[in-house]
Design a protein around this ligand. Structure first.
Ligand code: AMP
Ligand code: ZN
Length: 508
């Protein structure tokens, strides 16, 4: 097996990957907060978890991959203050938090399936893990790493820092490399009466039904009692959820922890402190992998400025979620990637071309090409070299664009037979996830013909758009009738957008 190298955020170095058990990898990925439709930035995070899972399996490891759904406790502000995202979302949509979570988990699972993601080994909701969360907080309390106030049960960061040498803990700010005072923002200091917290950078493990959270919809009794809350009624903090879910399914220590870069300063830093203090094991995770963000038109994605596109927005314009996957594969997961419609269009064309070439090797029989120019021996060397090249790319911190280039190299090589090309590319698709195996020749022929047909109709749509721009409505109407006639037998329709554009889109 090729030695896998991973960039570990903890050391800021490319390190040789050596899991605790040489054959088995324990991996945890921080999943989505399921309060709204997930945008394509969230889809990049979903793709990265899946791509790492696939790559590890391809490289020969057994992998237990746990991914969570945050369905309680993630407060709206990055400073861990304000309302719970689930509460806010459920009020907005007139649903209970449970209904809201069900709705958006279903949507997320449908989107990630379209994206070609495999199922993780375990998917778990925070609300299914309340017992384990409470047990972990209790352990922290019993060991002196937690204290109770009217507002919340807090994690005592200073005690963790003081015990570092004695207990061999990871230094509190080793992952984020920031000063302790920078942990104040992020620790949740708004409504909490600060004089009741021992230190400003202490963060909440359990938030009571009290103060601004008095009418929190999701709450559970707990052993952490206060005068105002004799039942200990409350809900968990976001960070402890991941520590508890990881422990429940993977044990005290894990090999790989994955998440977005925004989790480095607070969420992952606090996960480490809680897990190590509660479990008495260090390091909590051997490797920390962080993915960079997806930008749109060079800026931050946001729903409010209309750039929070979702898979359904792409599909409405005639693109598929696999076009997006191909686009993701073209960049390294640790680089920012800039989404534009032109870039997606280029990826879509690239994938189409690739499928066209693969269709040929799927349907051609082996007699067509048995290594035209070279001896069998040379062909064998070529195959081995391509496999080596692909494995090297993947083993080098998941260089997916390099891996894709190997696929093209193979397709352009006349010296190896169709069968050999086919076998190699289909095995590489275990990593790429572009679903080449699902392309039966018949299905593909149909698709190709349809695409050609639609492309012809698209030219008519463009001509009609010129008439519309010139306000020649008579001609535009004639063209519309003609286009609709042409589309009658297909699954597509002509759609006029309010801004004057029109396009062929799939029938809803
Ligand atoms: P959230 O639902 O906000 O908890 O986010 C779910 C996941 O999507 C997290 O792992 C985030 O790191 C990730 N994420 C959010 N925005 C982006 C983005 N623009 N690009 C890539 N990942 C993102
Ligand atoms: Zn997490």
């Amino acid at each position: 097996m090729k030695q896998l190298k991973l960039y570990n955020t903890m050391s800021r170095l490319l390190e040789d990957f050596e899991p605790m058990d040489p054959k088995h990898v324990k991996m945890y990925v921080c999943g989505p907060t399921v309060y709204s439709l997930q945008h394509i930035g969230n889809m990049r995070a979903a793709y990265v978890g899946d791509m790492i899972f696939r790559s590890l399996k391809y490289l020969g490891y057994d992998v237990t991959f746990v991914r969570n759904y945050t369905d309680v406790g993630h407060l709206v502000s990055d400073e861990d203050e304000g309302e719970d995202k689930m509460e806010k979302g459920s009020k907005k949509e007139g649903l209970t938090p449970l209904q809201l979570a069900d709705k958006y988990i279903k949507q997320y699972e449908s989107d990630t399936k379209h994206l070609g993601n495999e199922e993780p080994s375990v998917k778990v909701r925070a609300t299914e893990t309340i017992k384990e969360i409470i047990d972990m907080i209790q352990t922290l309390y019993d060991k002196g790493y937690a204290y109770i106030t009217d507002e919340a049960v807090y994690f005592d960061t200073q005690k963790y820092i003081d015990d570092k040498e004695k207990k061999g803990f990871t230094a509190y700010n080793k992952l984020n490399r920031q000063k302790l005072e920078d942990n104040i923002s992020g620790a949740g200091h708004g409504s909490a009466e600060t004089e009741k917290k021992k230190h400003l950078h202490d963060f909440a493990l359990w938030i009571f039904q009290y103060g601004e959270h008095i009418s929190h919809a999701q709450h559970w009794p707990s052993p952490f009692k206060t005068e105002q809350n004799p039942e200990g009624d409350g809900f968990p903090g976001w960070h402890i959820e991941c520590s508890a879910m990881s422990k429940k399914f993977l044990g005290d220590k894990i090999d790989i922890h994955v998440g977005g870069i925004e989790h480095i300063p607070t969420h992952h830093t606090n996960e480490i402190a809680q897990s190590e203090a509660a479990n008495g094991e260090s390091p909590f995770s051997k490797y920390w992998l962080h993915l960079e963000h997806l930008l749109v038109d060079g800026g931050k994605m946001s729903k409010s400025n209309g750039t929070g596109f979702a898979i359904k927005d792409l599909e409405a314009k005639g693109y598929s979620a696999l076009d997006l996957r191909y686009f993701f594969l073209c960049a390294h997961y640790r680089s920012q990637q800039n989404f534009t419609w032109d870039a997606l269009d280029a990826s879509s064309r690239g994938l189409k071309k690739l499928k066209h070439r693969i269709r040929n090797i799927l349907k051609d029989d082996d007699t067509n090409n048995e290594g035209k120019n070279k001896s069998k021996l040379d062909a064998k060397t070529n195959i081995e070299n391509y496999k080596k090249q692909f494995d090297e790319y993947i083993s080098n911190d998941f260089n997916t664009s390099g891996a894709l280039s190997t696929v093209w190299d193979i397709l352009n090589d006349d010296n190896i037979s169709r069968k050999e090309q086919r076998d190699l590319i289909l095995s590489f698709d275990d990593v790429l996830g572009l679903q080449f195996k699902n392309l039966s020749v018949e299905k593909f022929d149909e698709l190709e013909d349809m695409e050609e047909y639609i492309n012809k109709v698209k030219i008519k749509v463009e001509e009609r758009n010129i008439f519309r721009k010139e306000k020649n409505f008579k001609k535009a109407d004639e063209y519309r009738d003609e286009i609709n006639k042409l589309l009658k037998e297909t699954n597509f329709v002509l759609h006029d957008y309010p801004d004057g554009r029109s396009a062929i889109v799939p029938k809803q």
